[in-house]
Write a protein that binds this ligand. Structure first.
Ligand code: GUN
Ligand code: FE
Length: 457
């Protein structure tokens, strides 16, 4: 038998099911040369001591310190990489105005490859430092800069799924920032797909091309149709925005007399490998279509507070069998971290359940059964994201990749309030989910390779 490339000893948290976490206490995690978890051994299992004896003290062995824990790396299913340049600003106007006033102007600057390189290197590093090991990115309309983002992911070791954004509808996009026409939009997308498929051969973790119509308003019918055909031809991922806000949802109803979900499906854009951001206004039929086609919802709870005019009924969609993951939606969402989004997902769901208008009685104020727990929000950020992408990621389990974040709860500058050496690990998990800051994320690994570490205390 081949020796393991690395063996870790420590306690890890992972999802057992959408509602339950599994605590892997003092396990040995054995990583092979492909960066996969080949074997996990519990202290009571046969072979634990023998394996420990064989690896302890070697350079391939790492024992977690007291107060350190492993979590799966986060999977951010919706990031606009260029919008990192305006993160935290411009959150004061509705979606349509926001796109035209702030966002299209900043994205148009990515025709400049030097500017693009600066921003893209920073955003990929920032996401890794926040524990995000896989990210599904929107780039911009520019083919070269979009490829540069994929190259930066490849180089920094992040599993990046990257889309050249397509937007060619002259009615809904400014002249200075759009694809010239359907033919060039499709040709650029196809060239981009082929280039990323070449690039991925040089990576261990994989980078993937994504067919990316920005959203229905910004695309012509011919282009939407052509993109659906390209997704089928190359069996690629697809991403877009779907039924996000009152304005956007209404625009699609006016244009197609149906909701986004059915319109996107008519163009071949709802597929097993499709991820649709937001989806706040899906009705039961739309949700059924998502479940049937294997399309995943990306829940963007922080962004939704600014732009979605609503709180998404995430618990209802989950109960209908729709795959759901979590997204930061930089910069509709200001935070580069999924910890913040996990927290917001729980808080928003509680506000939906209880309601917010105190002029109404408690009985009529909220939407019953809408809350999700911290365990469920953690599932969305990890295993749910993995299921959405149909990749062996998001869980600490055999035959999954070693994509993890190592959390230190004892840091002087960001110490978690843990005072009992025997505190219940379920409580420690909850403290981690609610209180961790980027400083606590000491190491990040993707496909068995360390891609981020912090030495400061
Ligand atoms: N709809 C179309 N483009 C965007 C975008 O960049 N952000 C958000 N939140 N919604 C969009
Ligand atoms: Fe978005």
């Amino acid at each position: 038998m081949k020796p393991y490339t690395r063996v870790f000893q420590g306690t890890a948290f992972t999802s057992q099911s959408p509602k339950e976490i599994q605590i892997l206490k003092d396990h040995l995690f054995c990583i092979n040369e492909d960066g996969m978890i080949e074997k996990m051994i519990a202290p009571e299992d046969k072979g634990y001591q023998a394996l420990l004896d064989a690896y302890q003290g070697t350079e391939n062995f790492q024992r977690l310190d007291e107060g350190q824990y492993l979590l799966p790396g986060f999977i951010d299913l919706h990031v606009h990489a260029p919008q990192w340049a305006q993160a935290g600003t411009a959150l004061d106007i509705p979606l349509y105005e926001w796109l035209n006033t702030y966002t299209f102007p900043i994205e148009s600057k990515f025709s400049d490859l030097d500017f693009a390189k600066n921003v893209y290197e920073d955003v990929v590093s920032a996401l890794l430092a926040n524990g995000t090991t896989t990210a599904l990115y929107f780039a911009t309309v520019h083919k070269e800069a979009s490829l540069l983002l994929a190259e930066i992911c490849a180089e920094k070791g992040q599993r990046g799924l990257v889309g050249k954004v397509v937007m060619d509808n002259p009615d809904q996009t400014p002249e200075y920032y759009r694809d010239a026409d359907t033919v060039s939009a499709l040709a650029d997308t196809e060239e981009f797909i082929l280039a990323v498929r070449e690039l991925t051969k040089r990576t261990k973790q994989g980078v993937y091309p994504v067919v990316t119509p920005r959203f229905i308003p910004s695309c012509t019918d011919d282009t939407l149709k052509g993109l659906g055909e390209l997704a089928a031809k190359y069996d690629t991922y697809v991403q877009s925005h779907c039924s996000e806000s009152d304005w956007e949802h209404g625009y699609v109803q006016d244009r197609f007399h149906k909701n986004d979900a059915f319109a996107l499906n008519d163009f071949g854009l709802l597929r097993e490998k499709s991820v649709m951001a937001h989806c706040n206004f899906l009705n039961d039929d739309d949700a059924g279509l998502f479940a049937e086609t294997g399309t995943a919802v990306c829940h963007c709870p922080i962004s939704n507070a600014y732009f979605a005019n609503s709180v998404i009924p995430i618990a209802r969609f989950h109960s209908k069998g729709v795959e759901i993951g979590l997204g930061s939606d930089i910069s509709g969402g200001f935070s580069p971290g999924l910890f913040d989004n996990v927290r917001q997902a729980v808080m928003s769901s509680r506000m939906l359940e209880d309601g917010v208008d105190t002029t109404l009685s408690a009985e009529e104020r909220g939407v019953p059964n809408s809350r999700i727990t911290i365990n469920e929000a953690f599932y969305l950020a990890t295993a749910g994201g993995g299921e959405s992408l149909s990749l062996p990621i998001g869980r600490i389990a055999e035959k999954y990749v070693w994509d993890v974040q190592l959390i230190d709860t004892t840091l002087e500058t960001a110490k978690l309030p843990i005072y009992d050496a025997n505190e219940d690990l379920n409580d420690i998990f909850q403290k981690i989910m609610y209180l961790v800051r980027p400083e606590n994320i000491r190491e990040v690994w993707v496909q068995g390779e360390q891609v981020h570490s912090r030495k400061d205390r």
